[in-house]
Design a binder for this molecule. Structure first.
Ligand code: PMP
Length: 407
């Protein structure tokens, strides 16, 4: 019998290299306890969380928790069914109305994750003989949606309207086309040039899907995302509840008059169970709070982001963006070994950040990636900066001279 696992040997060796003999490894972190949006206990140690997507810090909001508890008691722990069978409760419809109102559009479709929203919309909307043009740095869920569908795939250079223009110009003028962009790109934290990209797409008669996963809540006058802030004209917005909204789930909103048909055609919507009522209720309350009561949180988030970004630049780190563009602040690292060593030192000192590496990252980059939360205090940001400085200093001190330009 040929062992189907043999082909995973290189991956197994890589995981061993990542974990070594250390107590913790970047792909095996366990949160023993979570105390607040910014604090947890990891390996028995109090730890500042600087690598979550809890941008607005709503996970412990008393009204969000109360909404979830009430729905849990009233509707039970799960729906045990698909949205198109027994899995649509009044809460799912109420959440879709809340989302449509939040985005000022006619239609909203709630999926069980943001991953499934991209998977479903990209694979269903664009079919045989049609084209998806996607940014080279697109999230995995967009790539996977393309792989699941039957459209022809064309990649354009990251955030490059001229390259998009060139590639659209080579396609048949009357073929269906979807251009996929993102408000904030999640690895380096850079913002999409949506106004220019959308203008190019429109000139070539393409529809536009915009993933605002990392921008919802704090970009644009209503918190809709970067497209709102830039005044870009998009046809579909995909988003997630797993970041600013603080729970789990995904969605797509649109004004297209035929949008509702997707509910019956999107396989990642039809062939999976719907979100539990408690999750739906927490998402709805969080979105209502974002719409009505989070102006101060937005201001806090930007203040903390600027302090962290500016502080790291002052310490001489090289970051994913020269200026703070979003709440993602990524330190560029030279290689895996140095990155793991610095990541471990930070964790031991009481700060959790994400270690990001290929294939998640563009151009084979290694990153210590932080994301800021509105609830990060000045003292926590100061502590993160101090410990980043020390983590690097100790790396140099241990004879790692060739790594002087660690970051
Ligand atoms: N789109 C982007 C840009 C993302 O970064 C992510 C998750 N990190 C998703 C979609 C998927 O979201 P979810 O966690 O809801 O599956």
């Amino acid at each position: 019998m040929a062992d189907l696992f043999d082909k995973f040997d290189p991956a197994i060796a890589e995981v061993l290299a990542l974990s070594g003999n250390r107590a913790a490894n970047p792909v095996g972190i366990v949160m023993d306890e979570v105390h607040s949006p910014t604090e947890a206990t990891i390996n028995g140690r109090p730890t500042i969380l600087a690598g979550t997507y809890n941008y607005m810090g709503l996970t412990f909001h008393p009204e969000v928790i109360a909404a979830g508890q009430q729905a849990l008691a009233q509707f039970g722990s799960g729906t045990t069914g698909s949205r198109v069978l027994n899995g649509t409760y009044s809460g799912h419809k109420a959440l879709e109305r809340t989302l449509a109102d939040f985005y000022g559009v006619a239609h909203a479709m709630v999926f069980s994750t943001g991953y499934q929203a991209n998977l479903g919309i990209c694979s269903t909307l664009v079919g045989k003989g049609e084209y998806i043009l996607l940014d080279a740095d697109s999230h995995a869920s967009i790539y996977d949606g393309c792989a699941l569908g039957t459209a022809d795939i064309v990649r354009f250079k990251h955030n490059d309207p001229a390259d998009l223009d060139k590639r659209l110009g080579r396609l048949p003028a009357d073929a269906g086309k979807l251009v996929v962009v993102e408000g904030v790109y999640s690895m380096l934290g850079d913002v999409g040039r949506l106004t220019e990209l959308c203008a190019v797409a429109r000139r070539h008669g393409a529809m536009i899907l915009d993933d605002e996963a990392h921008a919802m809540g704090f970009f644009g006058a209503h918190g809709r995302g970067v497209f709102e802030e830039q005044g870009a004209d998009v046809d579909f917005v995909v988003g997630t509840f797993s970041k600013s909204v603080g729970t789990v789930g995904g969605f797509c909103v649109s004004n297209h008059p035929k949008f509702e048909i997707l509910r019956l055609l999107c396989r990642p919507y039809v062939f999976t169970a719907s979100l539990p009522p408690s999750v739906v209720a927490t998402a709805r309350r969080a979105i209502e709070l974002i719409a009505t009561a989070c102006a101060d949180k937005r201001a806090q988030l930007w203040r903390a982001t600027k302090r962290l970004h500016g502080g790291l630049i002052d310490l001489g780190f090289r970051l994913g963006t020269d200026k703070p563009e979003s709440a993602i602040v990524a330190i560029l690292m030279p290689d895996q070994e140095t990155t793991i060593a610095a990541w471990t030192r930070l964790l031991e000192a009481g700060v959790y950040v994400n270690m990001a590496r290929p294939p998640a990252t563009p151009a084979g980059m290694y990153l210590l990636r932080m994301s800021v939360c509105a609830e990060h205090s000045d003292a926590q940001v100061a502590a993160i900066l101090r410990l980043c400085f020390r983590a690097r200093a100790r790396g140099r001190g241990r004879g790692a001279r060739r790594r002087v330009n660690v970051a």
